[in-house]
Design a protein around this ligand. Structure first.
Ligand SMILES: O=C(O)[C@H]1O[C@H](OP(=O)(O)OP(=O)(O)OC[C@H]2O[C@@H](n3ccc(=O)[nH]c3=O)[C@H](O)[C@@H]2O)[C@H](O)[C@@H](O)[C@@H]1O
Length: 323
């Protein structure tokens, strides 16, 4: 936070980020934390609005789909109403999910997408599409200064450990010594952007002259199986990969074309996946209280347990056979 800026952060009960990170700002004279649901009107005086509200992990946004739609539609209307009243510039974090299961690869901003309007993911992807429409309608009708970022899969330290998205799942599983759950078929691809690159991209978009939409993401593309192998190699080579059932409408491929971000914002990501994963691992280990050498202890513990179980089985066998 820069000294001359006053920052207001609004969170609600849906907030799944790390609350510890906010704690250090509480009490700072230029910081205000407000608990508020964006589906209700908000009265504050601000110059810029980063409208990030909405659960982003599929398991969270599908948990209460009607609320997800409300957050994207009513929440965005409220934030636009606020921006209009106080003359603030507003940035919406939209998503690569507006491209649905894309038939164009990589995805440019001009692509209109391939979205199932009645599927279980629609509350989020159609919700964000309406949010983009509302942004442009307020821009055209009321001259509002708008910015739209289409975020591609972002990861990094301080993610909720139980967020449910693939990177945090694999890292937590590798640290805990559990199988990495690759959802079938495992050939689906994603492009993962490290959080500091993302934040840099969003600030550049807000401060620049372009409305967007602009893709902000890392074009490095990986299959989920490749991601699992990379996590294994970097974090815990002993964990197995387990293929599990997938959820409906999972996009088969996703990779941003970032030509616009490069040309209009002078932005491109700096952190490659292999450098970003260990930074996230460090933070996850601290929060899970599993130091690096714990893996050895854990394996020994599991091994001893197995021996103990077998001893019990041998004992039971003795009881049965001798009965
Ligand atoms: O950033 C984006 O562009 C979008 O990506 C995510 O959607 P998704 O890519 O489906 O996120 P994940 O749940 O992390 O899934 C990624 C892939 O990993 C797979 N996966 C997920 C979890 C897991 O344990 N194992 C696994 O193989 C899924 O089947 C999927 O193919 C989020 O839902 C959106 O909020 C976000 O806008």
């Amino acid at each position: 936070m820069e000294n001359e800026k006053h920052e207001v952060i609004v969170v609600d009960n849906f907030f799944t980020g790390s609350k510890d990170n906010l704690k250090k700002w509480i009490g700072h004279p230029r910081f205000e934390l407000i608990r508020h649901d964006v589906t209700e009107p908000l009265l504050v005086e601000v110059d810029q609005i980063y409208h990030l509200a909405c659960p982003a992990s599929p398991i969270f946004y599908k948990y209460n789909p009607v609320k997800t739609i409300k957050t994207n539609v009513i929440g965005t209307l409220n934030m636009l109403g606020l921006a209009k009243r106080v003359g603030a510039r507003i940035l919406l974090t939209s998503t690569s999910e507006v491209y649905g299961d894309p038939l164009q690869h990589p995805q440019t901003e001009e692509y209109w997408g391939n979205v199932n309007p009645i599927g279980v993911r629609s509350c989020y992807d159609e919700g964000k599409r309406v949010a983009e429409t509302l942004m442009f309608d307020y821009h055209r009708q009321h001259g509002l200064e708008i910015r739209i970022a289409r975020i591609f899969n972002t990861y990094g330290p301080r993610m909720n450990i139980d967020d449910g998205r693939v990177v945090s799942n694999f890292i937590a599983q590798a640290i805990r010594g559990e199988p990495l759950t690759v959802q079938a078929p495992g050939t689906q691809t994603r492009s993962f952007c490290y959080v500091s690159d993302m934040v840099d991209g969003l600030i550049r978009l807000m401060e620049g002259d372009n409305t967007g939409p602009i893709n902000i993401g890392n074009p490095g593309e990986f299959t989920m199986m490749e991601l699992a192998e990379t996590v294994k190699e970097l974090i815990n080579p002993d964990v197995p990969v387990r293929i599990v059932e997938n959820t409906p409408d999972d996009p088969r491929q996703r990779k941003p074309d970032i030509t616009k971000a490069k040309n209009l914002l002078g932005w491109e990501p700096k952190v490659v996946l292999r450098d970003g994963l260990p930074l996230m691992e460090e933070d996850f280990r601290q929060r899970l209280a599993v130091p690096k050498n714990f893996i050895f202890t854990f394996i020994t513990f599991k091994f001893l347990n197995l021996i103990k179980k077998n001893i019990n089985i041998f004992k039971m066998k003795d009881i049965f056979f001798n009965a």
